[in-house]
Design a protein around this ligand. Structure first.
Ligand code: NG1
Length: 450
């Protein structure tokens, strides 16, 4: 990672005649358990990690935003801090920078006429690895734009705003990543609940560590992984609508549900098995076509598309040829929500073994019911377990990306060595240059650096 002094010097070279006013860092994160639960309104349990985005910045005299990146894969860009903003082509890194600026302007935390900024970005979070480099970029930019305009914002409110803002870039993400980057605590995991957003630090087991292993398969948000992620979001919305209709009929009162967590058994005064049975009766095990869903809900195909398949960026998720797999998706989300609750209890008791078992169960559910794993993630998880990991699972959205493994601290080196021999030595992707497997720790949240 570039150190602060070197980044300041590089800033002066990137923007001749300018001096950096300050440095801001924002950490990436690893999610320990609670995958694809956040946008369903159920909790997650991530921690902020030492891989981070570091930005040297200075306020502009006008509203121009000029950005550059030490990584040559991300070319310099310029745009005005003024609405409406014209996005760069899909996949361009500047869209994440723009999203933060746009969000703060649209929600009037920064009011027009705004001051722009010059910023030089550096970072060591592998992108498209499920470690939230995108959220770190959005969070770091949000803090820079606020500072350039002499504003501050409560971290919880800012996390919420920036989660909404990141959706302009095209994934209908939940709010986990921005929240943990802005509210993470050293040495702790963070239980995050949504609607409304709230956080609670949770102790981590003594004598154990988490090893992250990047599969080198890019889970790129601008391609197939994005389409698959958004399809899962849509499937959950559809499962929720059909299940709410059926449960309303069964229990004889109208249940309004915007997301699956509104159908949580305790909210309906049902036992978990009972709720699952009602939903199973409603969804069946076969995939659904949009025509079948429309008929069941008494709506037109267009109404279904407009109400459930539309994303915040205005695009519509196409219907999958093999149909919507609603029961499987429900099974993952409902069971994962229970695992998060249980995981917090186990960590509070300091029971690393029980926590590891829950990680393993979570992985199986992500693979079998949510179908977001891939052969490379399977290889890494199997490897980690062979090396004595108490639990190992894919982390983040999946479709490539990384795994996280819980190991006794004194076995971490051996595990990483085995990963190098068994996995990395057989691959030659350029990303292998950034250490792809590393022991991580929970670090403090985003903010200014001296
Ligand atoms: P990744 O792809 O790991 O950064 C995404 C979402 C999260 C959450 C996880 C799955 C974005 C920005 N982030 O994270 O909100 O839904 O997938 O648990 O889309």
């Amino acid at each position: 990672m570039t150190d602060a002094k070197a980044l300041r010097e590089a800033f002066e070279q990137a923007f001749p005649g300018e001096k950096a006013a300050g440095l801001i860092r924002a950490p990436g994160r690893v999610n320990l358990i609670g995958e694809h639960t956040d946008y369903n309104g159920y909790p997650v349990l991530p921690m902020a990690i030492e891989r981070e985005i570091l930005v040297a910045w200075a306020p502009a005299k006008d509203d121009s935003v000029r950005i550059a990146n030490l990584n040559p894969r991300f070319p310099a860009r310029t745009f005005p801090a003024r609405l409406p903003l014209e996005p760069f082509p899909q996949g361009d890194w500047a869209n994440y920078v723009q999203a933060a600026v746009r969000g703060l302007l649209e929600e009037r935390v920064v009011s027009a006429p705004a001051k722009g900024f010059q910023a030089l970005y550096s970072g060591n979070i592998p992108d498209s690895a499920g470690l939230s480099s995108s959220a770190a970029l959005v969070v770091a930019t949000g803090l820079v734009f606020l500072a350039a305009n002499g504003k501050t914002c409560d971290p919880l409110a800012l996390a919420d705003l920036l989660a909404r803002a990141e959706r302009y870039v095209g994934t209908e993400g939940g709010g986990m990543d921005q929240a943990v980057s802005l509210l993470g605590q050293p040495g702790k995991a963070l239980r995050i609940d949504f609607f409304p957003l709230r956080v609670k630090p949770v102790n981590l087991p003594e004598g154990y560590g988490f090893v992250i292993s990047y599969s080198l398969i890019r889970a790129s948000k601008s391609a197939e992984a994005r389409a698959q992620y958004n399809l899962r979001v849509v499937e959950c919305r559809l499962a929720c609508a059909l299940a709410a209709q059926a449960i309303s009929r069964t229990i004889g009162r109208s249940v309004t549900a915007e997301r699956l967590s509104d159908l949580a058994p305790e909210k309906l005064s049902l036992h978990a098995e009972e709720a699952d049975r009602f939903v199973h009766d409603a969804l069946g095990e076969n995939p659904w076509s949009s025509g079948e869903i429309a008929k069941k809900l008494g709506k037109s195909a267009k109404q279904i598309s407009d109400s459930y398949c539309r994303l915040q960026d205005g695009s519509t998720v196409p219907e999958p040829a093999s149909g919507y797999k609603l029961w499987k998706r429900y099974c993952h989300v409902a069971s994962e929500a229970r695992r998060v609750e249980q995981a917090v209890l186990e960590l509070e008791k300091g029971d690393a073994e029980a926590f590891g078992n829950l990680m393993n169960e979570s992985h199986a559910s992500c693979r079998d019911d949510y179908e977001v794993s891939c052969p490379e993630l399977e290889a890494l998880v199997a490897n980690a377990r062979e090396q004595g990991a108490l639990g190992a699972r894919l982390t983040g959205a999946g479709f490539g990306g990384a795994t996280v493994s819980l190991v006794p601290e004194d076995r971490a080196d051996q595990l990483m060595h085995a990963m190098r021999v068994e996995y990395y030595s057989r691959r030659s992707e350029p990303e292998a240059l950034i250490e792809p497997t590393f022991l991580t720790r929970a670090v403090r949240s985003a903010g200014a650096v001296d």
